[in-house]
Ligand binder design. Sequence first.
Ligand code: SF4
Ligand code: SF4
Length: 433
Amino acid sequence: MDNQLAALRKELQYDKTNSCVQCGYCLPVCPTYATMGKETHSPRGRINLVKMVGEGRITDLAVLEEPMNLCLGCRACETACPTGVEYGAILEAARAAITRRKKFSVPVRTLRGVLFKKVFPSKKAMKLMGNGLWLYQKSGMQKVMRKSGLMGKLPYHLGSFEAVTPEAVAPRDRGRLPKRLAAKGEKKYTIAFFTGCIMDAMFQRINRLSIELLAKAGCDVIVVEHQTCCGALHAHSGEMEEARVLAKRNVAAFEQEQVDFIVNNAGGCGAMLHEYADFLADDLDWSERARQFSLISRDISQVLVLCGGVPVEDHPVERVTYQRSCHLTNVQRVVNEPLQLIKGIPNVQLIEMNQAEMCCGSAGIYNIVNYDASMEILDRKMESVKETQAVSIITTNPGCLLQMKLGIERENLGSSMRAVHLVEFLAEAAGIK
Ligand code: SF4
Ligand code: SF4
């Protein structure tokens, strides 16, 4: 084997493909295989393509591009795989290899540079984005735009997403997210809260509710200064170096506080935080620090269950279903805690949907860049949702939340169904507004 091929194998994490025995147990859980029906758009097929590149049987990496781009990265295949194939690592390595060689046009390269290096990692930029959204919604511009018919002409179907964007927090309230909040009653844990970038800009109300819920459940909550975006969007888009920079910034920021847990409320971010240990494993200066970070990283549902649940007030009868966040289920392997919390609320009837393990098609920015494929997956998901006759779809990730809202819009179910984050649902039950 020549040096070039050996280097490519290392870059692609080729050795990990050898664990795949081609059994196909992963096929029934793969949403892109279900909707596209092609072997190249299945986990097994994608692994095979990487294998063939690593063995020099395919010499043009461009062959990997479409199958890898159309993968949701939901990692349901990892959960189904009997031999423990590390599909997520194979996917990210392939995407990074493609990105390194790709000649992006100047506008695309500029946009990627601005988004990944200047916007997501910057608290100021995300705050500006949140305030801009508020101004758009409150100034009357939103009404004008909606009436003008221009929404349908926006690129990447952005008009559809605009219709389900949450109400932004007013600028005067944005700065009011507490830096510290003491436990109500007996203190059980001290936790550091991870605010995230999109969560902080667009879903800050859910962050505030999370902090108040955690305090009510018995946690001293610290909102650590100098924390930044988790880097998940970067890693999933092949921008590995920038993702590592962000991971290190977060590890350094959270080490400043002595806490029992680092808590997040977004399945996608949580998966990234959970994997910092693997992500920085080869970096001698950071591997141990990252391991310590990941060791105490938890989803909010885990910590609320450890605290004994949420103190609940009276709750009306309500039929609900739970849309799992793939990254919470398949990467963090948190399955029971959200269900336990929902079932713990009196008068709530939880109906599990068919094929609950199937991704909703949101997957970071997948629904924007692969809109048609995403909507096909969403429409299937909505069939399962409708069968439950639920009034509320509860989920644990901002992307899934928006996608479920979009599904409700597409099905014209807005008058009889809603989508909420688990935190919103629990806060309602606990009387926190
Ligand atoms: S990550 Fe999801 S979409 Fe991608 S191959 Fe695995 S199951 Fe299919
Ligand atoms: S990835 Fe796992 S489940 Fe899928 S074919 Fe390979 S060994 Fe079988």
